[in-house]
Design a protein around this ligand. Structure first.
Ligand code: NAD
Length: 257
């Protein structure tokens, strides 16, 4: 298959919905074969697989909870065993839960940090170990958030997980550069996906948000997928350790109502 990612294999964590699903489909359009990871939505993962196959690419679905270290290793092993290699990793799986800081429970803190940060950390470790052993280069793309940088009151757990991801990327760019592995973050603003269900159903809140977005609309998962495809392809070979904001101008315009 021809395309900018022809001959590559990519893992996209949490690709049974939203941004992850869009990235998987876009990568397939660019010629990559896909490992579709999911935690508890096999039907969503099957949808992604079908959409990938409709682009003429191969796809496997793997049930792996990224907050479980042995699952992350198994996920990478499945890529190599079933698709022969693994060149690109997208750390997309993520969750959020709002609460006033003084009400955050230990259980919620652990749940969010374990998926968003520990999950990305150990999945990346498993991915890098296989590449290092095979002496191959690779690409890591983290789906962070504008909240790796911008405050989000009442979502402290989410913010610190994405803030941690920001530093993870900068640190690993230095450590992995000599291995020929690049790592970058994509920091989306407000994108129309299931994670924003309650926002999409709250018109006054949505209207207030749209006023803060200079481009006047929420982003689409496909907008994020286009940037991910660029960061995964040869044209981005010299790009590492950076965050790419994709937010319609929200970050530089934001103010509390
Ligand atoms: P989403 O809820 O559709 O996607 C999140 C995916 O992660 C789901 O498929 C979910 O099943 C999966 N997941 C959750 N926990 C998992 C686990 N332990 N193991 C494996 N998979 C798991 O929402 P989305 O908006 O597509 O979110 C994707 C990423 O984008 C997240 O990291 C989110 O923080 C980030 N993001 C989204 C927005 C937005 O506005 N939608 C903005 C900034 C950042």
């Amino acid at each position: 298959m021809s395309g900018r990612l022809s001959g590559k294999v990519a893992i996209v964590s949490g690709s049974s919905s939203g941004i992850g699903q869009s990235i998987a489909v876009r990568f397939a359009e660019e010629g990559a074969n896909l490992v579709v990871d999911y935690r508890n939505h096999p039907e969503g993962a099957e949808d992604t697989k079908k959409l990938v196959e409709a682009k003429g690419a191969k796809a496997i679905t793997v049930k792996a909870d990224v907050s479980n270290v042995s699952d992350t290793k198994m996920l990478v092993d499945q890529a190599w065993e079933q698709l022969g290699s693994c060149d690109i990793l997208v750390n997309n799986a993520g969750i959020e839960k709002g609460a006033d800081f003084w009400d955050v429970t230990e259980e919620d803190y652990d749940a969010i940090l374990n998926v968003n940060l520990k999950g990305a950390f150990f999945l990346t470790q498993a991915f890098v170990r296989r590449l290092r052993d095979a002496k191959r280069s690779g690409r890591i793309i983290n789906i962070s958030s504008v909240h790796e940088d911008m405050a989000f009151p009442h979502f402290s757990t989410y913010c610190i997980s994405k803030g941690g991801m920001r530093m993870f990327t900068r640190d690993l760019a230095v450590e992995l550069g000599p291995l020929g592995i690049t790592i970058n973050n994509i920091a989306p603003g407000a994108i129309m996906t299931p994670i924003n269900k309650s926002l999409l159903e709250d018109k006054p809140k949505l209207d207030a948000l749209l006023k803060n977005i200079p481009l006047g609309r929420m982003g689409k998962p496909e907008d994020v997928a286009g940037l991910a495809a660029f960061l995964a392809c040869d044209e981005a070979a010299y790009v590492t350790g950076s965050t790419y904001f994709i937010d319609g101008g929200l970050t530089i315009n934001y103010h509390e109502q």
